[in-house]
Design a binder for this molecule. Structure first.
Ligand code: ATP
Ligand code: MG
Length: 225
Protein backbone atom coordinates (compact mmCIF):
# COMPACT_ATOMS: atom_id res chain seq x y z
CA UNK A 1 0.00 0.00 0.00
CA UNK A 2 1.26 3.48 -0.76
CA UNK A 3 2.06 5.70 2.15
CA UNK A 4 0.55 9.14 2.59
CA UNK A 5 3.40 11.61 2.99
CA UNK A 6 1.37 14.81 3.13
CA UNK A 7 -2.19 15.51 4.20
CA UNK A 8 -4.34 18.55 4.56
CA UNK A 9 -7.23 17.86 6.92
CA UNK A 10 -10.22 20.18 6.72
CA UNK A 11 -8.18 23.31 6.23
CA UNK A 12 -9.79 26.72 5.86
CA UNK A 13 -8.15 30.00 5.00
CA UNK A 14 -9.60 33.46 4.60
CA UNK A 15 -8.05 36.87 4.11
CA UNK A 16 -9.32 40.08 5.62
CA UNK A 17 -10.16 42.65 2.98
CA UNK A 18 -9.43 46.39 3.31
CA UNK A 19 -13.12 46.93 4.18
CA UNK A 20 -12.71 44.33 6.99
CA UNK A 21 -14.89 41.78 5.21
CA UNK A 22 -13.50 38.26 4.91
CA UNK A 23 -12.54 36.66 1.67
CA UNK A 24 -13.01 32.92 2.17
CA UNK A 25 -10.44 31.22 -0.03
CA UNK A 26 -10.16 27.61 1.20
CA UNK A 27 -13.05 25.98 3.03
CA UNK A 28 -12.74 22.64 4.79
CA UNK A 29 -10.38 21.39 2.15
CA UNK A 30 -8.81 17.96 2.52
CA UNK A 31 -6.11 16.30 0.48
CA UNK A 32 -3.92 13.21 0.80
CA UNK A 33 -0.73 12.94 -1.22
CA UNK A 34 0.79 9.47 -1.61
CA UNK A 35 4.57 9.22 -1.48
CA UNK A 36 6.22 9.12 -4.91
CA UNK A 37 3.27 10.56 -6.78
CA UNK A 38 2.85 13.80 -8.69
CA UNK A 39 -0.44 15.59 -8.33
CA UNK A 40 -1.68 18.59 -10.22
CA UNK A 41 -4.04 21.26 -8.95
CA UNK A 42 -5.89 23.29 -11.54
CA UNK A 43 -8.40 26.07 -11.01
CA UNK A 44 -9.37 29.56 -12.08
CA UNK A 45 -7.23 32.57 -11.28
CA UNK A 46 -7.96 33.62 -7.71
CA UNK A 47 -9.36 30.21 -6.71
CA UNK A 48 -6.65 29.75 -4.04
CA UNK A 49 -4.03 27.54 -5.69
CA UNK A 50 -1.03 29.56 -4.52
CA UNK A 51 -2.63 29.96 -1.10
CA UNK A 52 -2.91 26.17 -0.81
CA UNK A 53 0.74 25.64 -1.78
CA UNK A 54 1.87 28.28 0.71
CA UNK A 55 -0.02 26.48 3.48
CA UNK A 56 1.38 23.06 2.51
CA UNK A 57 4.87 24.56 2.44
CA UNK A 58 4.51 26.18 5.88
CA UNK A 59 4.91 29.65 4.41
CA UNK A 60 1.55 30.58 5.91
CA UNK A 61 -0.86 28.94 8.38
CA UNK A 62 -4.51 27.97 7.89
CA UNK A 63 -7.25 29.49 10.10
CA UNK A 64 -8.51 26.01 10.89
CA UNK A 65 -7.52 22.45 10.13
CA UNK A 66 -4.33 20.47 10.17
CA UNK A 67 -1.45 19.76 7.82
CA UNK A 68 0.51 16.55 8.35
CA UNK A 69 3.92 15.72 6.89
CA UNK A 70 4.96 12.14 7.55
CA UNK A 71 2.19 12.01 10.16
CA UNK A 72 3.43 15.07 12.06
CA UNK A 73 1.63 18.39 12.27
CA UNK A 74 3.67 21.03 10.44
CA UNK A 75 1.66 23.70 12.27
CA UNK A 76 3.37 22.53 15.43
CA UNK A 77 6.82 23.00 13.87
CA UNK A 78 8.52 25.99 15.45
CA UNK A 79 11.92 27.61 15.09
CA UNK A 80 14.58 25.23 13.85
CA UNK A 81 12.17 22.46 13.04
CA UNK A 82 10.11 24.75 10.86
CA UNK A 83 13.24 26.04 9.12
CA UNK A 84 14.41 22.46 8.56
CA UNK A 85 11.06 21.51 7.02
CA UNK A 86 11.29 24.46 4.66
CA UNK A 87 14.97 24.06 3.81
CA UNK A 88 15.39 20.32 3.67
CA UNK A 89 12.13 18.48 3.33
CA UNK A 90 10.58 20.66 0.69
CA UNK A 91 11.58 22.41 -2.49
CA UNK A 92 9.59 25.30 -3.92
CA UNK A 93 9.28 26.61 -7.44
CA UNK A 94 7.36 29.85 -7.09
CA UNK A 95 4.92 31.38 -9.52
CA UNK A 96 7.51 34.09 -10.16
CA UNK A 97 10.99 32.64 -10.19
CA UNK A 98 12.59 35.04 -7.66
CA UNK A 99 16.15 34.49 -8.83
CA UNK A 100 18.56 36.88 -7.24
CA UNK A 101 19.66 39.32 -9.94
CA UNK A 102 23.07 40.03 -8.47
CA UNK A 103 24.07 36.36 -8.30
CA UNK A 104 25.14 34.15 -11.18
CA UNK A 105 23.04 31.20 -12.26
CA UNK A 106 25.35 28.80 -10.42
CA UNK A 107 25.25 30.92 -7.25
CA UNK A 108 21.46 31.12 -7.40
CA UNK A 109 21.09 27.35 -7.62
CA UNK A 110 23.64 26.86 -4.78
CA UNK A 111 22.09 29.44 -2.50
CA UNK A 112 19.67 27.21 -0.49
CA UNK A 113 22.55 24.77 0.14
CA UNK A 114 24.82 27.56 1.36
CA UNK A 115 22.12 28.74 3.76
CA UNK A 116 22.04 25.19 5.06
CA UNK A 117 25.77 25.51 5.77
CA UNK A 118 26.90 23.22 3.05
CA UNK A 119 30.49 23.31 1.98
CA UNK A 120 30.72 25.81 -0.88
CA UNK A 121 32.62 23.56 -3.27
CA UNK A 122 30.21 20.73 -2.69
CA UNK A 123 27.22 23.04 -3.21
CA UNK A 124 28.70 24.38 -6.45
CA UNK A 125 29.42 20.89 -7.68
CA UNK A 126 25.87 19.72 -7.06
CA UNK A 127 24.46 22.93 -8.53
CA UNK A 128 26.57 22.38 -11.66
CA UNK A 129 25.15 18.86 -12.02
CA UNK A 130 21.58 20.07 -11.60
CA UNK A 131 22.17 22.77 -14.20
CA UNK A 132 23.33 20.06 -16.60
CA UNK A 133 20.16 18.10 -15.80
CA UNK A 134 18.03 21.07 -16.87
CA UNK A 135 20.20 21.54 -19.95
CA UNK A 136 21.87 24.74 -18.78
CA UNK A 137 25.32 23.37 -17.98
CA UNK A 138 26.99 25.96 -20.20
CA UNK A 139 25.11 28.94 -18.74
CA UNK A 140 26.20 28.68 -15.12
CA UNK A 141 28.24 31.89 -15.11
CA UNK A 142 25.52 34.01 -16.70
CA UNK A 143 23.49 36.50 -14.71
CA UNK A 144 19.74 35.69 -14.59
CA UNK A 145 18.79 38.72 -16.71
CA UNK A 146 20.78 37.29 -19.60
CA UNK A 147 18.54 34.24 -19.70
CA UNK A 148 15.19 33.74 -21.39
CA UNK A 149 12.02 33.15 -19.36
CA UNK A 150 12.08 29.38 -19.89
CA UNK A 151 15.75 29.22 -18.97
CA UNK A 152 15.08 31.14 -15.76
CA UNK A 153 12.30 28.71 -14.87
CA UNK A 154 14.71 25.84 -15.40
CA UNK A 155 17.22 27.54 -13.08
CA UNK A 156 14.44 27.86 -10.48
CA UNK A 157 13.66 24.14 -10.90
CA UNK A 158 17.35 23.25 -10.42
CA UNK A 159 17.45 25.46 -7.33
CA UNK A 160 14.37 23.77 -5.84
CA UNK A 161 16.20 20.42 -5.91
CA UNK A 162 19.57 21.46 -4.47
CA UNK A 163 18.80 20.32 -0.91
CA UNK A 164 17.40 16.96 -2.09
CA UNK A 165 13.87 17.59 -0.82
CA UNK A 166 11.33 14.81 -0.39
CA UNK A 167 8.48 17.03 -1.43
CA UNK A 168 8.35 19.50 -4.23
CA UNK A 169 5.81 22.28 -4.65
CA UNK A 170 5.65 24.07 -7.94
CA UNK A 171 3.39 27.01 -8.64
CA UNK A 172 2.83 27.43 -12.37
CA UNK A 173 6.38 26.36 -13.28
CA UNK A 174 5.51 26.87 -16.93
CA UNK A 175 3.05 29.72 -16.47
CA UNK A 176 4.71 32.48 -18.41
CA UNK A 177 6.08 30.36 -21.21
CA UNK A 178 4.85 29.72 -24.72
CA UNK A 179 3.26 26.32 -25.29
CA UNK A 180 6.31 24.62 -26.79
CA UNK A 181 8.78 25.91 -24.18
CA UNK A 182 6.24 25.17 -21.44
CA UNK A 183 6.04 21.57 -22.58
CA UNK A 184 9.81 21.27 -22.69
CA UNK A 185 10.27 22.72 -19.20
CA UNK A 186 7.45 20.53 -17.90
CA UNK A 187 9.09 17.44 -19.44
CA UNK A 188 12.42 18.20 -17.75
CA UNK A 189 10.61 18.81 -14.50
CA UNK A 190 8.66 15.56 -14.59
CA UNK A 191 11.74 13.56 -15.45
CA UNK A 192 13.70 15.02 -12.52
CA UNK A 193 10.82 14.26 -10.17
CA UNK A 194 10.45 10.68 -11.35
CA UNK A 195 14.21 10.00 -11.39
CA UNK A 196 14.46 11.07 -7.77
CA UNK A 197 11.22 9.42 -6.73
CA UNK A 198 9.98 12.72 -5.34
CA UNK A 199 6.46 13.58 -4.33
CA UNK A 200 5.24 16.73 -6.02
CA UNK A 201 2.27 19.06 -5.92
CA UNK A 202 2.06 21.08 -9.05
CA UNK A 203 -0.21 24.02 -9.73
CA UNK A 204 -1.06 24.77 -13.31
CA UNK A 205 -3.67 26.49 -15.43
CA UNK A 206 -2.87 24.08 -18.18
CA UNK A 207 -5.29 21.14 -18.24
CA UNK A 208 -3.24 19.28 -20.85
CA UNK A 209 -0.12 19.37 -18.69
CA UNK A 210 -2.22 18.39 -15.68
CA UNK A 211 -3.32 15.28 -17.57
CA UNK A 212 0.28 14.06 -17.67
CA UNK A 213 0.63 13.53 -13.90
CA UNK A 214 -0.60 10.78 -11.56
CA UNK A 215 -3.70 12.55 -10.28
CA UNK A 216 -5.45 15.76 -10.99
CA UNK A 217 -7.61 17.96 -8.76
CA UNK A 218 -9.65 21.01 -9.47
CA UNK A 219 -9.93 23.80 -6.92
CA UNK A 220 -13.30 25.51 -6.94
CA UNK A 221 -15.18 27.40 -4.24
CA UNK A 222 -12.60 26.53 -1.63
CA UNK A 223 -12.60 22.78 -2.19
CA UNK A 224 -10.82 20.21 -4.29
CA UNK A 225 -12.65 17.76 -6.50
N1 ATP B 1 -2.35 38.14 1.63
C1 ATP B 1 -3.53 38.29 1.03
N2 ATP B 1 -4.38 39.28 1.43
C2 ATP B 1 -5.58 39.42 0.84
N3 ATP B 1 -6.04 38.63 -0.15
C3 ATP B 1 -5.24 37.64 -0.57
C4 ATP B 1 -3.94 37.43 -0.03
N4 ATP B 1 -3.37 36.37 -0.65
C5 ATP B 1 -4.28 35.95 -1.56
N5 ATP B 1 -5.40 36.71 -1.52
C6 ATP B 1 -6.59 36.54 -2.32
O1 ATP B 1 -7.00 35.18 -2.21
C7 ATP B 1 -7.50 34.69 -3.45
C8 ATP B 1 -6.70 33.46 -3.84
O2 ATP B 1 -5.38 33.87 -4.20
P1 ATP B 1 -4.32 32.88 -4.81
O3 ATP B 1 -3.08 33.66 -5.05
O4 ATP B 1 -4.22 31.68 -3.95
O5 ATP B 1 -5.02 32.48 -6.19
P2 ATP B 1 -4.49 31.55 -7.37
O6 ATP B 1 -5.49 30.44 -7.55
O7 ATP B 1 -3.09 31.17 -7.12
O8 ATP B 1 -4.59 32.54 -8.62
P3 ATP B 1 -3.63 32.68 -9.92
O9 ATP B 1 -4.00 31.53 -10.81
O10 ATP B 1 -4.04 33.99 -10.48
O11 ATP B 1 -2.20 32.64 -9.48
C9 ATP B 1 -7.37 35.83 -4.43
O12 ATP B 1 -8.63 36.47 -4.55
C10 ATP B 1 -6.34 36.75 -3.79
O13 ATP B 1 -6.57 38.09 -4.14
MG1 MG C 1 -1.28 31.67 -8.02
Amino acid sequence: MTRTILSAVNISKSFQQPDKSKLEVLQDLSLDVAEGTVIAVTGASGSGKSTLLHLLGALDAPDRGEILFDGESILGFKGKKRAAYRNRSIGFVFQFHYLMPELTVLENVSFPALIKNFNKEDAYERAGKLLKDVDLGDRKDNMPFHLSGGERQRVAIARSLINSPRLLFADEPTGNLDWKTGQKVFGVFRELIKERNLTAVLVTHNEQLADLVDSKYHLHEGKLS
